[in-house]
Design a protein around this ligand. Structure first.
Ligand code: XIL
Length: 342
């Protein structure tokens, strides 16, 4: 099992380069790609599209002004997840005071390039402003939570494909994480959050998202039971997100079977934050296993890598992405294309 650093970092926002500059770079990149050897599956997004899937990346707004970052994103990816910009500490840093600037620019970029948007995330114990943790009454915290969801999901109403409504609510042993939401509101906070998100944006598909759920284990079993219960009682849930932050040689043998059992409950499955440590053949093989599993599960509608380039990855020391620090395509990039059948 890998250990993942979870210390929130704060960063400042920089404005994007003029779009004309970005467009010139994007055209240049496309003409390089359009060699005689190129075929329909010459990019991640076209390879994924040939199997009806979306291939996304987590994006940081302050990198969109870097021309190679933007051109790689625009050429290769058909989906976007804001890496930090929609989290509670950014969107509602003090109670009732909302800030959508950075997330709005990512959304505008995605829309102008025809990319689908995964909203991330409405309720999470990390990157949570101090005022939320300081609320002592359950009913007050429930009001703050449902208002946060109404405002944020309401602001983006009609623009979000999938929302990660609740993130990381379970422990490895399948028990509930003792977050402030669990402690003050109790078990019902998760369904309260899903109902609030459904009211705020009835057309967005609503996901529960977590890590270390990539095979059948105590944690994924607990999530499975929750989804089954929500389906039985009509709590609006449409999707389960599997973060899939993986170490090298750690794709579980039952990865596909695990996705399929969730799909069989009547929800979509998304691979939401994929990154795999390592390099070379091992990394290429690990990526191929994940892609083949998604291809084999018709309700697996999207794969998102947690970043574009190794140099900006939250696990950059593990070089876990498909483009290196110079935006060169890695071996794993080509294995992803061929795992989609390209
Ligand atoms: C990470 C970001 O990549 C970092 O930039 C930030 O400092 C911390 O959060 N699970 C999640 C993501 O759901 O939101 C986290 O993103 C990675 C783990």
């Amino acid at each position: 099992m890998i250990k993942i650093p979870r210390t929130p970092r704060r960063r400042t926002t920089r404005s994007a380069l003029p779009s004309a500059v970005t467009a010139v770079v994007a055209v240049a990149a496309l003409s390089v790609a359009a060699t005689p050897a190129a075929n329909a599956a010459s990019t991640l997004k076209s390879a994924a599209a040939s199997k009806g899937k979306t291939f996304g990346a987590a994006v940081a707004n302050y990198h969109l002004g870097e021309s190679q970052y933007a051109s790689t994103l625009d050429t290769e990816f058909s989906g976007v997840t804001p890496e930090n910009e929609m989290k509670w500490d950014t969107t509602e840093p003090s109670r009732g005071s909302f800030n959508f600037g950075a997330a709005d620019s990512i959304v505008a970029h995605a829309q102008s390039h025809g990319m689908k948007i995964r909203g991330h995330t409405l309720v999470w114990h990390n990157q949570l402003p101090g005022w939320v943790s300081g609320i002592s009454s359950g009913s007050d915290l429930n009001n703050a939570m449902t208002n946060h969801i109404a405002q944020v999901a309401g602001h983006y109403r009609g623009k979000i494909w999938y929302w990660d409504v609740v993130n990381e609510a379970f422990n490895e042993d399948g028990s509930r994480r003792q977050s402030v939401f669990q402690q003050r509101i109790g078990n019902a906070y998760i369904e309260n959050a899903f109902r609030a998100a459904h009211s705020a944006d009835p057309n967005a598909k609503l996901c529960y998202n977590d890590y270390n759920t990539d095979g059948q284990n105590a944690k994924s079993n607990a999530i499975y039971a929750m989804v089954q219960d929500f389906k039985n009682r009509g709590v609006p849930i449409d999707c389960v997100g599997f973060q899939s932050h993986l170490g090298s040689n750690q794709v579980p043998g039952d990865y596909q079977a695990n996705l399929q059992r969730f799909a069989n409950l009547g929800v979509d499955v998304n691979i939401t934050e994929l990154d795999i440590a390592g390099s070379g053949q091992q990394q290429a093989d690990d990526y191929a296993k994940v892609v083949r599993a998604c291809v084999a599960v018709s309700r697996c509608t999207s794969i998102t890598t947690w970043g574009v380039t190794d140099k900006y990855s939250w696990r950059s020391g593990s070089t876990p992405l498909l483009f290196d620090g110079n935006y060169a395509k890695k071996q794993a990039y080509y294995s992803v294309i061929s795992a989609f059948g390209g």
